[in-house]
Design a protein around this ligand. Structure first.
Ligand code: FE2
Ligand code: FE2
Length: 267
């Protein structure tokens, strides 16, 4: 019987976009129907071997084209950047389940469902990009996104604190404002794509919080102290800047104390 980790290994190392999307959906349906096992006695390959497609070219954030949404090509540049985040998010979901072994079955089910949803988000955006006259890969993209994955490759708690509970949580803070901008432009397609993503992302951050607390409990650590410590250790600048979407972050498993700490001295 194939294991979930066979799929993960192929998805993370081939660097082929369409194959990644296809295999992600296939793995989800096979795991759901009991055709894949989550037990394995193999070891993950080092994270430095993870391979992305040759396009888009990854560059420093300041070199990613930024245009106002109202400018010519502005919406295409915006959705190209969001599409890239979704594409890397497929890898992030595969990577957390590939790299960290020996956890309950539900851990692997959760992150595969998330990989599958990230693939759906990417597909929605790449279809939308085509109506705007470009394809994913035509513009350079932010190279910094994967760095946190590499830095937390040997520490599950740090991975959970920094990826779902920091990067994805930031999406909850900024997406409602972006939806407002598209409302002003009467752009219903963009609104519905962003709305769909926002709804799913609350669930991704919530699973991040759930597993973060689970691992803290296993290791007899205080989750709030640990969260602050890991952000100080791994997050450039010590902690992310607000404003924070308190309402959604609470639904996604943040405590009031964590949000108070994030807000204190945050600009
Ligand atoms: Fe997503
Ligand atoms: Fe996500």
């Amino acid at each position: 019987m194939l294991t979930l980790f066979d799929y993960a290994e192929t998805c993370l190392h081939r660097g082929h976009r369409d194959e990644l999307l296809h295999l992600t959906h296939e793995a989800k349906s096979k795991l759901d129907s009991g055709e894949l096992t989550t037990s394995s006695n193999t070891k993950p390959l080092p994270i430095t071997l993870v391979t992305f497609p040759a396009q888009p070219v990854w560059v420093a954030p300041r070199l990613v084209p930024k245009r106002k949404l109202t400018a010519k090509g502005g919406s295409a540049a915006f959705f190209h950047a969001i599409g890239h985040i979704e594409f890397v998010a497929i890898y992030l979901a595969w990577d957390i389940l590939y790299r960290f072994r020996g956890l309950p079955n539900a851990f692997y089910q959760d992150w595969l469902r998330i990989a599958d949803e990230e693939a759906q988000h990417f597909e929605l955006i790449s279809k939308h990009l085509q109506t705007l006259g470009i394809d994913y890969g035509d513009l350079p993209a932010h190279g910094g996104l994967w760095e946190l994955a590499e830095q937390t490759a040997d520490n599950l708690l740090a991975r959970l604190a920094l990826v779902p509970r920091c990067m994805e949580a930031h999406g909850l803070d900024v997406t409602p404002g972006l939806i407002e901008k598209f409302k002003q432009l009467d752009d219903n397609t963009s609104i519905s794509i962003l709305q769909r993503i926002l709804t799913d992302e609350v669930g991704h951050v919530e699973r991040g919080s759930f597993w973060f607390k689970y691992v803290c409990e296993q290791q007899q650590l205080n989750p709030e102290t640990e969260y602050r410590r890991l952000l100080s250790d791994y997050y450039q600048g010590g902690k992310p800047k607000g404003p924070f979407n308190r309402e959604m972050r609470i639904i996604a498993g943040f405590s009031n104390a964590e949000l108070d700490w994030l807000e204190a001295q945050s600009l």
